[in-house]
Design a protein around this ligand. Sequence first.
Ligand SMILES: NC(=O)c1ccc[n+]([C@@H]2O[C@H](COP(=O)([O-])OP(=O)(O)OC[C@H]3O[C@@H](n4cnc5c(N)ncnc54)[C@H](O)[C@@H]3O)[C@@H](O)[C@H]2O)c1
Length: 255
Amino acid sequence: MSYTGIDTKVVVVTGAAQGIGLGYARRLITEGATVILADRAAAAVEQAAARLNDEGDGKAFAYVVDVADPCSCADLARELSTQVGRIDGLINNAAIFSTIAMKPFWEISVDEWDQLMTVNLKGPWLLTSALLPLLRASDAASVINIGSDAVNMGRPGYLHYVASKGGVTGMTFSMSHELGEFGIRVNTLSPGPVYTEVHRDTVSATQKDAMLTRQALHRTAGPDDMTSLAVFLISDDSSYLTGQTISVNGGLIHR
Ligand SMILES: NC(=O)c1ccc[n+]([C@@H]2O[C@H](COP(=O)([O-])OP(=O)(O)OC[C@H]3O[C@@H](n4cnc5c(N)ncnc54)[C@H](O)[C@@H]3O)[C@@H](O)[C@H]2O)c1
């Protein structure tokens, strides 16, 4: 299947050095898009882009950005306005996630709370704001904010994370209305549990089994299970779709 207009799109994917973000970047490039891999992990994002260019035809570009830092976001916007002049897609995927230490909410320190919120909630706002002139320069721009079905599940053990992703989902609704007049669409892609090459402690073996039993589809998801929806949302095939939250969770929960 090919997606309308995707081969002419320039797409920024944050948090693309590893995990699902790298999956979005790889799939978009496979579909013909040019992808800016943006991550604060400098060596890892350079390696990721080099690997994608080895696999394909040189459409991956690495940039170091800290989405929590307004100056860093402004630097990226400045560089991209010189290098590419417009952006057709932005996937706000970067987050503090796989490194979270699970604990009851009353044991989360104020510093941990603030750091996570600054990246996961303030980051998508800061970067979307900084890149707005470039998004407006596109004929048909699409922003995807990455949420989480941990919100609907009320998953215990990382209240700051759940709160940040609830905020991201709310932000999408308002952003879609504020950006609609510029023809920019904004949606939330909300994954259920996804297992990547990165080890994490946010799901124990028991919890993994329990969630698999509850799912309509009794298999685990990998990054590839998320990427079709992302490509569809960036492409012109979804040109009337905005302000929505779409879960990809194998039927684990139903909104
Ligand atoms: N894996 C899952 O089960 C799952 C489920 C629901 C939602 N999500 C969401 O999907 C996204 C990707 O998940 P993942 O499993 O690949 O996570 P991950 O922790 O493996 O990767 C996160 C990436 O973001 C980058 N990053 C972190 N802080 C940054 C910053 N300040 N500026 C720029 N880059 C930064 C990291 O360097 C890393 O490359 C996250 O938003 C996560 O919350 C994941």
